[in-house]
Design a binder for this molecule. Sequence first.
Ligand code: ASP
Ligand code: MG
Length: 407
Amino acid sequence: MALIVQKYGGTSVGTIARIRTVAERVAKFKMMGHQVVVVLSAMSGETNRLIALAKEIQADPDPRELDVLISTGEQVTIALLTMALKDLGLKAKSYTGAQVRIVTDDAHTKARILSIDEANLRADLDSGHCVVVAGFQGVDENGNITTLGRGGSDTTGVALAAALKADECQIYTDVDGVYTTDPRVVPEARKLDTITFEEMLELASLGSKVLQIRSVEFAGKYKVKLRVLSSFEDSGEGTLITFEEDSMEQPIISGIAFNRDEAKCTLLGVPDKPGVAGLILGAIADANIDVDMIVQNVGHDGTTDFSFSVHRNEFAKAMAVLDGVKAEIGARATSGNDKIAKVSIVGIGMRTHAGVASRMFKALAAENINIQMISTSEIKISVVVEDKYMELAVRTLHHAFELDQAT
Ligand code: ASP
Ligand code: MG
């Protein structure tokens, strides 16, 4: 007998019929003799709908009240699923975050979990109940309802699995696992049987939307066995997130991520002297803008061109800051480009293989794709390319690293 936490996303509980399908799967696990804790998202589209309602009243909704509002989506689905489970003859009980006592800090709309009181849940499980918990929500020490950030039900699932020392945390979603890249861009993309936590973290931070990044961090920290599966097909084992020391042979590259969320800002003709980089990025940081990549080219005339990328939403703000900096340090001009995309290859095999970067750059060159910026970490290489070449770049790299071939 195992204790399993199953988290179902919005599309999996998007209709009554789908809620019944979830109930049937839960029943199947119960019949096998397992204890099951279910964590649910709101019906798909519901959280967005509630946020839009709030914005009709306040452009920048009051955070405490916004949490009271958007936490209701999950309260609907837990009650409905619990009814469906009872309808199948199972013992079941729903819990909101506050009823469990999932205690968080008071950072409304992006709260962090501080503690979970699992005693009631465990008593219910021991008396044969299925326990159904609202994802995405908690309560602060003063009893205010909080939410954990968009996609936060994943984190609720993993946190409950950690608190209950569950044997496995299963994340049911509308894809049947983690893929080498988005199959909508590369039809040959393959589902991975396993991927390491570190790779999953990189992919999540680079824009892969399969798991909320905080849930991956949490699972890594508390050694929760985490698996991503489809709630629509009974198609096998999904993708297991593993620990590096447990994984067998590693491919050099596990996945390719991409996004169009960034924009590039450049200051041209910057005097080449100590302190200018600190000055430029200091001004950007003072405006509360996060910088991703940075490139500096030293010219022959004693000046440099200094480029960095920011989130596209902050592009206009960053350019305005740069204009101020330009005057202050006597740079020649500013220029900006929000028609860029970032493409990244991720794999822990990079640590032990030389030549990965050159293989990447040669493959892009063969397609005449110009690289505008580069950044690397131990297990990742990212490049910025012109927006319109993004999909070509992803397909090219997928092929160049033989990700379409079964390992
Ligand atoms: N319902 C929340 C959202 O849409 C939380 C979740 O689905 O994970 O972000
Ligand atoms: Mg999600």
